[in-house]
Design a binder for this molecule. Structure first.
Ligand code: C2G
Length: 131
């Protein structure tokens, strides 16, 4: 079984997220998503609208996702890859090159981002339309 891993906040789920998850899953037979905890989001200077628990429930309901575990630190990726027998690490290409150190442990794939959509854009567009 070819196991794939990917990381993210996945707040205010949109087609960019789904396109990433679908393509990642299609590279193997199993997709593990390591979901940023609320505390780690603070480290990334992100404030998610949905709590970790809710973002986890939402991700677990997606057909492409087999398992969701928490992301607490930048440093946990090697352990996650080794402990979960991961074959392929996948991220959107906004991260291109940033995780090449994982090439010692698994294949590293950066997929093209979906243009024109982001959680930030959603928040900005909604704020502009505030009554
Ligand atoms: N993504 C995408 N297209 C978009 C928006 C996001 O392909 N229009 C991808 C990102 O490249 C990432 C995934 O969707 O691979 C999740 O995006 P975020 O939730 O923004 O994740 P991020 O904050 O980049 O977390 O340790 C790594 C970090 O946790 C990555």
């Amino acid at each position: 079984m070819k196991k794939v891993i990917t990381y993210g906040t996945y707040d205010l789920l949109h087609v960019g997220h789904i396109n990433l998850l679908r393509r990642a899953r299609e590279l193997g037979d199993y997709l593990l998503v390591v979901l940023s905890s609320d505390e780690f989001n603070a480290i990334k200077n992100k404030k998610a609208y949905h709590s970790y628990e809710d973002r986890k429930i939402i991700l677990e309901s997606i057909r492409y996702v087999d398992k969701v575990i928490p992301e607490y630190t930048w440093e946990q990726k090697i352990k996650d890859v080794v402990d979960n027998d991961i074959d392929i690490f996948v991220m959107g290409d906004d991260w291109k090159g940033k995780f090449d150190f994982l090439k010692e442990y698994c294949e590293v794939v950066y997929l093209p981002r979906t243009e024109g959509i982001s959680t930030t854009k959603i928040k900005e567009d909604l704020n502009l339309k505030k009554e």
